[in-house]
Design a protein around this ligand. Structure first.
Ligand SMILES: NC(=O)c1ccc[n+]([C@@H]2O[C@H](COP(=O)([O-])OP(=O)(O)OC[C@H]3O[C@@H](n4cnc5c(N)ncnc54)[C@H](OP(=O)(O)O)[C@@H]3O)[C@@H](O)[C@H]2O)c1
Length: 432
């Protein structure tokens, strides 16, 4: 291989003495949608990695639950195992975790970090719950933890927040962090029924086996907690994220969004203030031509508002095997470089997770046989929340109110009262 260096006078010198490529041993835990695509990508990009980094990535072990099934992957069968201790004894330099959850995945990550290995993971649940302690473990043992693929799929937000934006004075984050729900909401806006939209998302590999965590907002809550860690130094496990999803309400919320001239998105948000950090994931009505409104299908978007660098927006494919595998490979290559030391996330800072309730606008809708708005008006009066507009759709019996800015506790009180009175309310943020 030819090496290019610069002399002290700035002249480029090409050294024709070939440098022996280093072999870096990689073990991959989990070989499903993401892990399988990572295996393919490592094979396909072998010559790029060799030329670019002078590194040969050698897959030394692959852990799965069912070693007997045919995966159609360029892997010799003896590398595949379901035996965790055999996988661990492969003594890899880099361990990739693509299993998911906080069971075996955590065991594997802890073991690898404890022996000083570099760990790359796509697992947001693990990083959101145990990221701070895992980073400490990595620091103690001289290992490293990277998790670009855990947030935003192929959107390079983790590294940007940690490196480039860390000196820009980040004050707030807002974005679409769940590709599955965004795909489903995009289909609903076109008139596709919810069940059909979910089936399509599954077929395309965007929806995980059990999409509950996508639909109830927990997946996006984990991701905004991880980004809050990187942006504000808060322990993600301690951040209480106000979380509302679209389970059982997606069709109605989408209709409310249309009635008020916007489109529905599941928006995650976090902001720093003097008391700590406030974070939420909520169905939100946004204008169709806004950055969030234009993000369709599995696209993820992250807007980072900073003190010194304005608002920086990053977007791209937020789900699917290949984009996620590409993010994993980026971390693997970075960890394989000789000078790559340290840990991905800094130590946990002093940020506190104290919920504040910034006033926001909301749309509340109820269903009434009679289609009369007097009940909703009475409940609004009772809770001291004012409506800017009230619309009655007498055909469907839906009554919608666009509220003046109100804090969380007010709108929560209104929702509780409406629910108790049997009005079956749905609530969305309004950012149009
Ligand atoms: N899919 C996406 O679009 C996406 C996007 C971003 C991040 N992620 C994250 O990536 C990770 C993997 O997701 P995925 O969609 O690839 O999941 P998946 O298709 O269900 O793959 C999971 C893999 O883990 C293996 N596995 C499960 N339990 C195991 C156990 N107890 N012991 C050993 N192996 C076990 C499975 O083995 P078998 O194959 O034998 O069943 C399978 O190979 C998760 O953390 C997920 O949140 C996924």
């Amino acid at each position: 291989m030819t090496q290019a260096t610069f002399t002290a006078t700035g002249h480029l010198v090409l050294d024709s003495n070939p440098i022996e490529p280093r072999t870096v041993r990689v073990a991959i835990a989990g070989c499903g949608v993401v892990g399988g695509d990572l295996v393919r990508l490592i094979r396909e990009s072998a010559s790029d990695v060799l030329t670019g980094d002078g590194v040969r990535l050698e897959i030394v072990s692959v852990l799965v639950r069912r070693p007997e099934i045919e995966r159609g992957l360029p892997l010799s069968p003896e590398l595949i195992t379901s035996d965790v201790s055999r996988f661990q004894s492969a003594s890899a330099d880099i361990v990739v975790e693509a299993i998911g959850g906080t069971g075996v995945a955590r065991e594997i990550v802890e073991d690898a970090l404890a022996r000083g290995a570099r760990v790359v993971t796509a697992n947001k649940a693990l990083v959101a719950r145990h990221g701070a302690e895992l980073a400490t473990l990595a620091a103690r043992a001289g290992g490293r933890l990277d998790f670009e693929a855990a947030v935003g799929g192929g959107v390079p937000i983790v590294r940007s927040l940690r490196d480039s934006l860390s000196s820009s004075g980040v004050v707030a984050l807002r974005g679409i962090l769940n590709g599955t729900t965004n795909y489903i909401l995009s289909r609903l806006a076109e008139g596709t029924p919810f069940d059909e939209a979910l089936a399509l998302a599954r077929r395309l590999g965007f929806a995980e086996a059990n999409p509950e965590r996508d639909l109830n907002g927990s997946d996006a809550a984990d991701k905004i907690a991880i980004l809050s860690w990187l942006a504000f130094g808060i322990d993600p496990a301690r951040l209480a994220v106000r979380t509302r999803g679209i389970v059982g309400t997606a069709d109605r919320l989408a209709a409310d969004a249309k009635a008020f001239g916007g489109v529905l998105r599941l928006v995650a948000e976090a902001r720093a203030h003097s008391g700590g950090v406030t974070a939420a994931v909520e169905p939100t009505i946004v204008s169709a031509d806004s950055e969030l409104g234009r993000a369709r299908d599995e696209t993820n978007v992250v807007q980072v508002k900073t003190r010194w660098n304005g608002t920086v927006t990053t977007s791209g494919p937020g789900a699917g095997g290949r984009p996620t595998a590409a993010a994993l490979l980026g971390d693997v290559r970075s960890a394989a470089r000789p000078l790559a030391v340290g840990i991905a996330a800094g130590a946990v800072g002093s940020g506190r997770a104290e919920p504040e309730t910034p006033p926001a606008r909301w749309v509340v809708s109820i269903r009434r046989e009679s289609g009369v708005g007097s009940e909703l008006r009475a409940e609004l009066r009772h809770t001291g929340v004012h409506a800017d507009r009230l619309e009655i759709d007498s055909e469907s019996g839906v009554i919608r109110a666009l509220l003046d800015p109100a804090k969380w506790d007010r709108v929560d009180a209104l929702e509780t009262r409406l629910r108790r009175a049997g009005f079956d309310p749905v609530v969305s943020r309004y950012l149009v």
